[in-house]
Ligand binder design. Sequence first.
Ligand code: UDP
Ligand code: MG
Length: 347
Amino acid sequence: MVMNNNVWLVVPCYKEEEVLPETSTRLKSIMEDMIIRGKISESSKICFVNDGSSDKTWEIITSLCEDNSIFTGVNLAHNKGHQNALLAGLMVARKYADAAISLDADLQDDVAAIEQFVDKFLEGKDIVYGVRSTRETDTVFKRSTARAFYKLMNFMGANTLEDHADYRLMSKRALDALSEYKEVNLFLRGIVPMIGFETDIVYYERHERFAGESKYPLKKMLSFAIDGITSCSVKPIRMITSVGLLMFTISIILLIYFFVIFLIGHTVAGWTTIVISLWGIGGIILLALGVIGEYVGKIYMEVKERPRYIIESVLYEGEAYLGGKKMKYKTSSEGKSKKDKKKSKEK
Ligand code: UDP
Ligand code: MG
């Protein structure tokens, strides 16, 4: 029997020596429990990715791996940030796992929800998003900035799922698709929804950080937001064009207006020309910038070498290839006739 329930947990860790002992214990018991019940395969792993920490994080991971083969570790040579560390882990997991669940090391992502992710995967979902049910544990500041962040993101054309961070499950074929996105500016939350496939949502409660402090201060959060917007959309460039167009239109309206006033004979000498040229030239400059920006945007999209399509399944000669698995493809009439035969036998 072909098993395809090898599930990996991928946990990026940056200076997490304070939380790792507890995190590893809790994750291990959850995984072992699922293995015993046969829900996931025995080769399932918990993969810690050390994101170039300067503390004892990697030592802890190494000793965990020596103690129990359920643990694996990936050590990055430098601190490359959460998104890159996560991608590194996922790309390693892709080689072995049928599905990988990414979660934070600080136990903020409720580990009790892991099984629900696995259940949805076993139901045949390719991507399962973890969405926070409440934000009660957050400070008012974090809550309002987060809200503003999602609003801005969506307004700017980067489609993200609100209150979904990076707690998610991806099947092997979703990971394969993800590996086709070659860009350096990584914003997983924006890219994953682009992949498509069948998705689902698991709601969970986000807890306080177990120990230690956030590795995402406001400064990092802001640059993360800017990164997210600029790596997913060229809308900011389009906005320059729109403003330019608007200013140019205003200058035309002003021109007509002043012309009328001139005809009536109420003009102050020189003023008209200055105001109109101010708006007119400003508008033309912005418009030109926007046009150039449009091409820069195109170049930007091209150099990312994103996949132009991702095939979900191919049908040919009566057989369907679904995610690498070969399945017998039945036309509906065939299906019916077999059922009918069965029915007639029963009779
Ligand atoms: N992290 C990382 N590299 C970094 C910063 C953070 O791998 O440069 C990891 C960190 O160890 C944690 C996750 O990313 O597992 C989320 O970070 P954190 O909990 O500090 O962020 P917050 O939850 O406060 O947004
Ligand atoms: Mg955290």
